[in-house]
Design a protein around this ligand. Structure first.
Ligand code: AHR
Length: 610
């Protein structure tokens, strides 16, 4: 019996539950949510070779880095191609592990070129050998000796999930190419937009806020040039230099740039939450007494997003196609930068925080400010400063049991001091590394605890979201995809379920029937086998009661974990995931195994294995 108290309602559920955390990790942007189909479109991925490109039927290609002849200062390299004039020759691009070609879909191609060619260019989506064509267009304009943008559209007549983009000619000559770009239809038909299936999966989560651009992507690695620098990510794509996403091992075009992030928030109906760099990148930092340029960069970004068209950056936003302000209301000062490590003199997070906060509030007094607390390995991070802060960003990557056991975590948090934003959380350990039902259940229990404590936990976002299955740097991620299709892990569906059914008020619930913990499993074994079981609880006790209703004499051997055996009770005091051999006991086909999980011990579940 479950009793729901409707007379004495509890806390109001925060209107900011739940949000999403977006970071360019595992090719979340290029080769993922960003709908661009050409890989290494600007030839900047490698200064020595034209990665992802190959020649066709005798054509040759040379990667050129020439300050004098480049398209513009943002584009360092371009590709010089020699067409043979002996039959058809050319080049092709492999896309991001294939270009998904869908019958009836219209593709938009654009590229910049200069040179001299005795003939026309023919462009098409075709098979790997170049002989079969699925979507074709001719470029009838002559190539001239000045850089010029050429465009074409073609509609596919066949399906092929691993097509290549081909640029060919029957003519002879030399043509230089740069910023070769191909787009399918995009989410909400935006120019330079998003892949519809992936964006729709985000939309289905009804996110209340949209955190961007990360994550470590905010900070970068090795050099401040590898951090997200918003001013280098706006305007026409040929004006964007892109940068090395060293944290996650590839170059990004910044095709999803500051405008696209803000546009995405608008299209998703979510409040943008921008995370700014405080002058710290992985491996280096700007001393705290010299961080004014970083503060200015953050203020300029806010003016670009929120300023009216009479301001310098507001006018630039309008010129780039969005006259209305985007209305950023939430800003986070740094990502995981409060290390509180006395050996890290670089950090001085509280000082940086105070300088950023004061500068931002001076211009935007209503801005909601989020601060960093220690992110890794600390279950009780604290704000050890007198500086005023509205929200603290806690991060938890743990096993399913940790999440389930932390249902009551926030019951005891002090009220009225600062609120909590659980900015990153996910099961990353235990049985959940690829996304699993166990992981999703742990997360769901934790989220219910968040909702119950909505008066202090105001915001939460699962992290990270996306992974291209061809380049997994971080697991698990709740939306996984390749060039053609995408699926959500059980964690995705928990996020969706919780968002779909978010209430407005917490009601107290009591139950008068103790949880039944006796569990039975019927093993269907093809032959006699040894019995074992596995669990993911950190502290739990189990009792093997009977096999085919006959009491058993237990002998146990620990396989993995830290098991104890006493009075027919087996207990685990290990660290999460663990398994046990139930001695030499042989069970035959169709045996009924009765095993009891002791509810007072923290046991949550187990799997019988043989
Ligand atoms: O979500 C993956 C990474 O985990 C984020 O980039 C970082 O903030 C955290 O350490």
């Amino acid at each position: 019996n479950i009793h729901i108290d409707t007379q004495n309602p509890g806390v109001r559920v925060s209107p900011n539950l739940y949000g999403i955390f977006y970071e360019d990790i595992n090719h979340a942007a290029d080769g993922g949510l960003y709908a661009e189909l050409v890989r290494n479109r600007s030839f900047e991925d490698n200064d020595k070779t034209a990665e992802a490109w190959k020649t066709y039927q005798g054509a040759t290609m040379t990667l050129v880095n020439s300050a004098k002849k480049q398209l513009n200062r943002a584009q360092k390299n371009y590709l010089e191609v020699n067409f043979t004039g002996k039959g058809t020759s050319g080049i092709s691009n492999e896309g991001f592990w294939g270009i998904n070609t869908v019958k009836g879909r219209t593709y938009k191609l654009s590229f910049w070129a200069k040179g001299k060619l005795n003939g026309n260019l023919k462009v098409y989506l075709g098979c790997n050998c170049g002989k079969k064509m699925f979507a074709v267009a001719n470029i009838n304009e002559k190539i001239t000796n000045k850089w010029k943008k050429y465009t074409a559209e073609f509609t596919a007549t066949n399906n092929h999930e691993k097509a290549r983009l081909w640029i060919t000619s029957e003519g002879k000559g030399t043509v230089d190419f740069d910023v070769v770009s191909l787009f399918p239809p995009t989410f909400n038909n935006r120019e330079n937009g998003l892949r519809p299936d992936l964006a729709s999966m985000l939309k289905a989560l009804h996110p209340k806020f949209f955190r961007f651009p990360g994550g470590c992507f905010v900070e970068g690695q090795q050099s401040p040039d590898n951090a997200f620098r918003w001013e280098r990510t706006i305007g026409p794509i040929e004006q964007r230099p892109g940068h090395w996403n060293v944290n996650w091992g590839y170059r990004t075009t910044d095709g999803i740039g500051f405008d696209e992030y803000l546009q995405m928030a608008e299209d998703l109906g979510a409040k943008p939450l921008y995370v700014v760099n405080v002058g710290i990148w992985h491996g280096g930092f700007t001393p705290v007494d010299s961080i004014q340029p970083w503060i200015d960069e953050a203020l300029n970004a806010l003016e670009y997003a929120n300023g009216d068209v009479t301001t310098k950056y507001g006018a630039l936003r309008a010129k780039n196609g969005h006259p209305e302000p985007y209305h950023i209301e939430y800003i986070e000062i740094g990502n995981e930068n409060n290390q509180e490590d006395p050996t890290q003199q670089s950090d001085q997070y509280y000082k940086r925080y105070q300088l950023f906060r004061d500068a931002i509030l001076a211009k935007y007094p209503k801005m909601h400010i989020i601060g960093n607390v220690v992110a890794w390995g600390n279950d009780h991070p604290k704000w050890n400063s007198d500086e005023q802060v509205e929200l603290l960003d806690e991060h938890y990557y743990r096993n399913p049991a940790w999440f389930a056991n932390n249902f009551h975590k926030y019951d005891s948090y002090e009220r009225g001091k600062h609120d909590i934003y659980v900015g990153e959380y996910a099961v990353t350990q235990g049985f959940g590394v690829n996304g699993s039902l166990d992981a999703a259940l742990g997360e769901a229990v934790y989220m219910m605890g968040i909702e119950n404590n909505s008066d202090v936990v105001k915001m939460a976002s699962y992290a990270p979201i996306f992974a291209n299955l061809n380049d997994l740097k971080w697991r698990p991620d709740m939306i996984q995809f390749n060039a053609k299709s995408a699926f959500g892990t059980p964690s995705y569906y928990v996020q969706k379920m919780m968002a779909d059914h978010i209430g407005t008020r917490v009601l107290h619930v009591a139950q008068d029937n103790p949880y039944q913990t006796d569990l039975e499993a019927k093993l269907v074994s093809p032959e006699k086998s040894k019995l074992g079981f596995a669990t993911w609880a950190t502290q739990a006790s189990y009792q093997l009661v009977s096999v085919n209703d006959k009491p058993v004499d237990q002998k146990y051997t620990a396989l993995k974990g830290d098991w104890h055996h006493e009075d027919n009770i087996i207990s685990q005091k290990g660290n999460g995931e663990s398994c046990l051999n139930i001695g030499d006991m042989l069970v035959s086909n169709h045996s009924t195994i009765k095993l009891r999980a002791r509810k007072d011990s923290g046991a949550e579940g187990f799997m019988l294995v043989f």
